[in-house]
Design a binder for this molecule. Structure first.
Ligand SMILES: C[S@@+](CC[C@H](N)C(=O)[O-])C[C@H]1O[C@@H](n2cnc3c(N)ncnc32)[C@H](O)[C@@H]1O
Length: 246
């Protein structure tokens, strides 16, 4: 049962897009230029720019995430946080085309409106203005929860709480999928350059560098089946964590 939001999926309900959720301090301080400023969306949301920021790995990582949903019927999927580029429209078409539904949560209405524009009125998708730290959604509700490059932007305590929430809302037997930065292999020439870049521009990202997902998931989830794939000399990870059936 949903709490606080209408049960019928549909991407057009403006009340859900802007519920007056406070903007977290770390976003206001460190990412106003990337997500909050009205010009930010116009400037950054271009495939070639996000692809460049991910060192030309955007499409590869997007497709690695989408592969996890291919051919799965009737899934109830939650994407925690909007993403620039075309991850969400492609995921939405894949999930709803297979008879499932997609909920996308973001703390910023401007980001949800941007995704709404990109979805073009697709049915079976809800856009929800919520903070990933305290998502107002029922427990054990989703088959899959996707976190695409969210965790590296969050301070340690927020990241832990986001993961706590992701594992709360996923069903027994469901999956939490993380695509994000990781610590590159020792031979990766980007290792030192990128460490410095992240330290300056992404102040919380090195948390994912120094700690594998096995350490970051809530303590009660540490024994869950976990499959990790690494990309671009280890700089990026896709980690799929499967919750045991009840
Ligand atoms: C997924 S991350 C970054 C992804 C990637 N860098 C890109 O190219 O878009 C960006 C999104 O996370 C959202 N976000 C950050 N902290 C959040 C939180 N606590 N709750 C919900 N959304 C959050 C931001 O509003 C933004 O839309």
């Amino acid at each position: 049962m949903d709490r606080g939001i209408a049960a019928e999926p549909g991407a057009t309900d403006d009340a859900r897009l802007s519920r007056g959720v406070p903007v977290p301090r770390y976003l206001r301080l460190h990412y106003w230029w990337a997500y909050i400023h009205p010009w930010a969306v116009k400037f950054w949301d271009r495939l070639w720019i996000v692809n460049l920021i991910l060192l030309t790995n955007y499409m590869k990582l997007r497709d690695a995430a989408l592969k996890e949903f291919a051919g799965l019927r009737g899934r109830r999927v939650l994407q925690l946080a909007c993403v620039y580029g075309d991850v969400t429209p492609k995921l939405a078409r894949c999930v709803t085309g297979n008879g499932g539904t997609l909920d996308v949560v973001d703390v910023l209405p401007i980001q949800l409106r941007n995704v709404q524009r990109k979805l073009g009125g697709l049915h079976g998708v809800r856009l929800l203005n919520m903070d990933s730290e305290k998502i107002d959604l029922p427990s054990q509700h989703y088959d899959d929860v996707l976190l695409f490059f969210l965790l590296h932007e969050q301070p340690k305590a927020v990241r832990a709480q986001t993961l706590e929430q992701a594992f709360r809302v996923v069903k027994p037997g469901g999956r939490v999928l993380v695509v994000d930065f990781a610590k590159p292999y020792w031979w990766n020439p980007f290792r030192y350059l990128w460490c410095a870049f992240l330290a300056v521009f992404e102040p919380f990202a090195l948390g994912l560098w120094w700690h594998p997902m096995a350490e970051l998931v809530p303590a009660r989830c540490r024994g869950f089946a976990m499959q990790e794939e690494r990309y671009f000399g280890g700089l990026f990870q896709k980690t799929v964590i499967v919750c045991p059936k009840a």
